[in-house]
Design a protein around this ligand. Structure first.
Ligand code: GTP
Ligand code: SPV
Ligand code: MN
Length: 586
């Protein structure tokens, strides 16, 4: 008798009518065979065998270079369950509308069936997904990003407990592009795009949008968070998870080479984008990284900013939409040095700075995360790692100080819920516009965000040892428009202060928005930064914050009666603390 998986694959084949069906086993031999085909058809271009062994360049359709949030839908039974921050379509209507785009879409092509595990192979917290696709780029990306193939099929057996994801490139027309999530069925449909977050369905679609609905139903958390361990001079490792919006520094923080390594502070990476967390037997939230790879922003990555990544991506890596040199090496803005002569830009044309950048601003590398030198020895730990701190953050040219600590869990949830960040190239649309992006989940929460806030508040009550909550801003600018803080490896100085706060030490001033480090609380040895700049970085300007409170009020109002009363209470309390400061000043 056919298994639920076989039945679903059969249905998908009837709809898309491929020439043949291939079940991916995830083996090295399979990769080799596919790569040969993919190179022949120019989906991939092999890089220099000496300097980048087993690495390939891919150029996507220029209209398909980032996530497209306007065509991403949550197809819950009721509109209210998707909430005011998601696009919604009724499930039946969505299927009627999008089925025709899948009909016959794989004619003359191969359908690949990829079973995959999100999470360590042996972890009880891991989950199985199966993606169908007609894109070899997607197959090779999923091979890196997940535990794909036989290993997943073995785990699944004949069970129906998997998240199906149907994907086809379609005709790559943005007018016929849809990314649909059916939270009731735990099903994903994606058509018309080959881009990462739209097409690698294990990533944002499953591990965040669908998983967040599962987590809500089952009492755990699926978050857009990196996971790292900070080792102190005694060798003790404290684990933290941080939620920053897309292209706001998760990968870089997770893999940083600590500027305080000589003092014994070192960072170990567990994950750089997504965290699944359950309450462990020790009363801490335990986090696993569902992914096996890293899909990172290329521009700005260099031996200076992120040497760990630079080591990692010299083998078995894919590069998407970066520059290509005559030596068959990759190049992007910020990699260091002058643009090499004779380079092709990301569209495959001779590089001309007057025309376009060498690499697309959202160009990416894809590599097995275990290739970075700082991968944590607990990366595969089935029980995950206990989390002592949550860090929220975003790009704020002003307003938010370098770091502050929330007063308690409920206040921390408020801090996360009112997070603001200037938009980036990771999604299509304007760049640099301030938008509210709660917990960095605005584009990734699979249900009504008001209920999501309620879930966060409830989790705080259920977790015996909830993480402390912090907020950071590496992107504050001075009047000259330049970043005030050097960032990258220097961010460990801020993490060290957090560690001290977790341990009940670390000096702080109480401000209306939370605890801010005193001017002398951060270890600044070896860093050439003026006292004035530090004061500017840590400054809490009441006028800016009054404006911010006003803006977050408008955001909260979108949720109507559904917004938890606790968040309105926090909002009023912040407003009155700011008021008090203003009165005291007069
Ligand atoms: P996604 O993968 O899209 O979710 O992005 P991310 O959050 O992982 O961001 P990533 O670490 O890739 O950084 C995005 C951009 O911000 C890159 O161009 C980095 O060079 C830059 N960046 C990262 N950390 C810092 C920092 O501490 N300071 C400054 N100024 N820039 C940073
Ligand atoms: C993001 O945009 O947050 C990314 C890239 O990490 S993608 O996987 O495309 O979502
Ligand atoms: Mn990243």
């Amino acid at each position: 008798m056919a298994t639920p998986l076989e039945k679903w694959v059969e249905e998908a084949a009837q709809l898309t009518t491929p020439n043949r069906i291939h079940w991916c086993d995830g083996s090295a031999k399979e990769r080799e065979q596919y790569m040969e085909l993919a190179v022949r058809e120019k989906t991939f271009h092999p890089l220099n065998e000496k300097t980048y062994p087993n690495c390939y360049l891919h150029r996507s359709n220029p209209n398909d270079v980032a996530r497209t949030e306007h065509v991403t839908f949550i197809c819950s039974g009721k509109k209210e369950d998707a909430g005011p921050t998601n696009n919604w379509m009724a499930p039946k209507e969505a299927k009627e509308k999008v089925s025709p785009l899948f009909r016959g879409a794989m004619k003359g092509r191969t359908m690949y069936v990829m079973p995959y595990i999100m999470g360590p192979e042996k972890s009880p917290y891991s989950k199985v997904g199966v993606q169908i696709t007609d894109s070899r780029y997607v197959v090779e990306s999923m091979r890196i990003m997940t535990r794909m193939g036989k290993v997943a099929l073995d785990r699944l057996g004949s069970s129906a407990d998997f998240v199906p994801g149907l994907h086809s490139l379609g005709d790559l027309n943005p007018e016929r592009r849809y990314i649909l999530h059916f939270p009731d069925e735990k099903l994903i449909w994606s058509v018309g795009s080959g881009y990462g977050g739209n097409a690698l369905l294990g990533k944002k679609c499953f591990s965040l949008r669908i998983a967040s609905t599962m987590a809500h139903e089952q009492g755990w958390m699926a978050e857009h968070m990196l996971i790292l361990g900070l080792e102190d001079p005694s060798g003790k490792v404290t684990y933290m998870a941080a939620a920053f919006p897309s292209a706001c520094g998760k990968t870089n923080l997770a893999m940083m080479v600590s500027a305080l390594e000589h003092m014994g502070y070192k960072v170990w990476t567990i994950g750089d984008d997504i965290s699944w967390m359950q309450i462990g037997p020790d009363g801490y939230l335990h986090a696993i990284n569902p992914e096996a790879g890293c899909f990172g922003v290329a521009p700005g990555t260099s031996n200076k900013t992120n040497p760990n990544v630079m080591v990692g991506l010299h083998r078995n890596a894919l590069f998407t939409n970066v520059g290509f040199t005559p030596e068959r090496e990759v190049w992007w803005e910020g990699i260091d040095g002058e643009p090499p002569a004779g380079m092709l830009d990301w569209q495959g044309e001779p590089y001309d700075p007057a025309k376009r950048t060498a690499a697309h601003p959202n160009s990416r590398y894809t590599m097995p995360i275990t290739q970075i030198p700082c991968i944590s020895p607990r990366f595969e730990d089935p029980q995950g790692v206990p989390i002592s701190a949550f860090i929220f953050g975003g790009r704020r040219a002003r307003t938010a100080p370098l770091v502050y600590e929330a007063f308690d869990w409920a206040h921390g949830v408020f801090v996360g819920a009112t997070m603001g960040s200037e938009t980036t190239a990771a999604a299509t649309g304007a760049v640099g516009v301030l938008r509210r992006d709660p917990m960095a989940m605005l584009p990734f929460c699979g249900y009504n965000m008001a209920d999501y806030f309620g879930h966060w508040l409830a989790m705080g009550k259920r977790v015996p040892h909830p993480p402390k909550i912090f907020h950071v801003n590496w992107f504050r600018k001075g009047p000259d428009g330049k970043f005030l803080w050097p960032g990258y490896g220097e961010n460990v100085r801020v993490m060290k202060w957090m560690l001290e706060r977790i341990e009940g030490k670390g000096k702080a001033t109480e401000t209306p928005i939370g605890y801010v480090p005193t001017a002398d609380a951060l270890t600044l040895d070896g860093l050439n930064i003026s006292r004035q700049t530090m004061e500017d970085l840590l400054h809490v300007d009441p006028a800016d914050w009054v404006a911010d409170v006003e803006d977050s009020k408008g955001f909260f109002e979108k949720f109507g009666d559904k917004l938890p009363a606790e968040l309105w209470k926090q909002h009023e309390q912040l407003a009155s603390r700011l008021e008090r400061v203003a009165v005291a000043k007069k």
